[in-house]
Design a protein. Structure first.
Length: 179
């Protein structure tokens, strides 16, 4: 199913829709993440004459490099959007006000279909994390289990990086104490 909402097919009151889209259909691309599975959308449309309140919950999986262990990991992203769609004639001032509002859309009375792809895409992009794992991962790497705040062990302390070996040879003079 596509993200095309046929307004005249919706009954008065609540309507529930569910569909899946490929990330390519939504033009989802990110420098740090890939989208290994489809994007699932659950949409509720509440119709009252020519007013449509659209609430969407979007879920998808992202894959990327863990910033803690640098292994490939996947994480689920859940995004939400809300839109009030009004099918009526509007003055230029009303159209400008609706455009500035961000979640109100006024369309021509003859409009029969609305494509939700742009709204779904925007919701997903705005909810993408800065890095994987997100802060909800309770301080542990979901891949290797290492804690973010864990202090280095004695074993890790003893393991010196050979590139720093020359620095260990530097001797610093001890300051003299004044008596």
């Amino acid at each position: 199913m596509s993200a095309l909402l046929v307004l005249d097919d919706l009954a008065e009151g609540p309507n529930a829709l569910a569909f899946e889209l490929r990330a390519e259909e939504l033009e989802l691309k990110d420098e740090f993440f890939s989208f290994p599975s489809s994007v699932e959308a659950r949409i509720e449309v509440r119709r009252a004459l020519d007013n449509f309140r659209i609430d969407g919950v979007i879920t998808c999986r992202i894959a990327g490099e863990c910033y803690r262990c640098l292994e490939e990991v996947q994480e689920e992203v859940t995004a939400r959007f809300r839109l009030l769609l009004q099918r009526r004639l509007a003055t230029p001032e009303e159209l400008a006000s609706a455009e500035n509002d961000g979640f109100i859309e006024i369309v021509d009375p003859g409009t029969r279909e609305v494509d939700l792809c742009a709204y779904i895409r925007e919701a997903v992009i705005l909810d993408l994390p800065m890095r994987i794992p997100t802060s909800e991962a309770d301080g542990r790497c979901p891949h290797c289990g290492a804690e973010e705040s864990a202090e280095p062990t004695a074993e890790q302390e003893r393991e010196a990086d050979p590139r720093w070996a020359a620095l260990a040879q530097i001797e610093f003079p001890q300051p003299k104490e004044n008596s």
